[in-house]
Design a binder for this molecule. Structure first.
Ligand code: TYM
Length: 325
């Protein structure tokens, strides 16, 4: 069976975008790897308490989804030093030019002298995460596609130079819900690190708060429920969310609510969101009350992860010419 691998950053609260675009597609199949990429979260200065709280929240969600069961792993990236070591080795394979072309760097880093070196090199750490475990598929939202493509390029380049060391992974992007937008500014991606809290639905916030955010979602003035991302980005985003979580397609939703009025439509979407996420919300919130038990799951995952990752680092180092003791 193909081994899947994916990570999520603990840079804030887990969002509905994270759930729809990525987490809801992660399945605990034997050999699969899921984790909290906490090393990624320090590319921007972050108070230690915020980092710690973010790590625990993300871990609680992964465990609530049972991703540590059935021979699949859940762990913290910072607990497996092979990630940082592999990242260095791959940084010496990656080119400045290709990293400069990454959308995230272009949007937030380029031209800013004070941006951290880690922020620039971040996609290589992500490539290390993936290549350490011979992942075949990487289930991610659309915004991560470019990073998985870079990972493929680095794997091919390293294989060319040093022999057949890495599996070249394929990104798996959902056909519906790959890019969930802010409820308040539906032309911007819904994001953890946002200064627009009403536009971002959090997976673990109370159901009533979620309902309220949907009721105040930005729409338009013509009161017709139609999927048309260009002219009706707010309504189209709501249709996308409803379709992704209900399994019923966008057109069926649009047809049923075409003339029912925006208020009724928003209430229906909010109910699908609240209901379909209730089990994970409840479990994760319960688990957060037992941090030691959560960290024990991560520790056990970390030991298995290191057993898989360390030989991969050793193999690349040997192929590069480092003597083995
Ligand atoms: P991160 O933490 O920003 O997001 C985690 C996952 O959620 C998806 N996502 C979305 N999907 C749909 N709509 C949205 N609005 C939305 N916002 C986020 C992301 O695409 C992602 O799949 N670099 C990665 C983390 C990472 C990683 C890895 C992923 C580190 N190493 C190895 C895969 C494999 C990131 O910042 O994701």
């Amino acid at each position: 069976m193909d081994q899947a691998l994916s990570f999520i950053q603990p840079t804030g609260h887990v969002t509905l975008g994270n759930y729809i675009g990525a987490l809801s597609h992660w399945k605990p199949t034997p050999g699969s790897v899921f984790g909290v990429c906490d090393l990624h979260a320090i590319t921007v200065e972050r108070p230690p308490e915020a980092l710690h709280a973010g790590i625990m929240e993300v871990l609680s969600v992964l465990v609530a989804l049972d991703l540590h069961t059935n021979g699949s792993l859940v762990f913290l990236q910072s607990g497996v030093p092979a990630h940082a070591e592999m990242a260095w080795l791959l940084e010496c394979v990656a080119h400045m030019g290709e990293l400069s072309r990454m959308t995230q760097f272009k949007a937030k880093g380029r031209g800013n002298d004070a941006v951290s070196v880690g922020f620039f090199a971040y996609p290589v750490l992500m490539a290390a995460d993936i290549l350490l475990y011979d992942a075949a598929t990487v289930p991610v939202g659309e915004d991560q596609k470019q990073h998985v493509e870079l990972t493929r390029d680095l794997a091919l380049r390293a294989n060319n130079r040093y022999g057949d060391i890495f599996t070249v992974p394929d990104p798996v992007i959902p056909t519906v819900g790959a890019r969930i937008m802010s409820l308040r500014t539906p032309t911007d991606k819904m994001s953890k690190s946002t200064d627009d809290p009403d536009g971002t639905v959090l997976l673990l916030e109370p159901a009533d708060k979620i309902r309220k955010k949907f009721l105040s979602a930005v729409t338009d003035s013509d009161n017709e429920v139609v999927y048309d991302p260009e002219h009706k980005p707010g309504i189209s985003n709501l249709l996308e969310i409803a379709a992704a979580l209900s399994g019923e397609d966008r057109d069926a939703w649009a047809q049923r609510h075409r003339t029912s009025g925006y208020g009724a439509f928003k209430r229906a979407v909010a109910e699908v969101v609240v209901e379909s996420t209730a089990p994970v919300r409840q479990r994760a919130n319960d688990l957060l009350a037992h941090p030691d038990a959560l960290l024990a799951v991560a520790k056990s995952g970390q030991e298995s992860a290191a057993r898989r990752a360390n030989p991969k680092v050793a193999r690349l180092k040997q192929a590069m010419g480092f003597p083995t003791a």
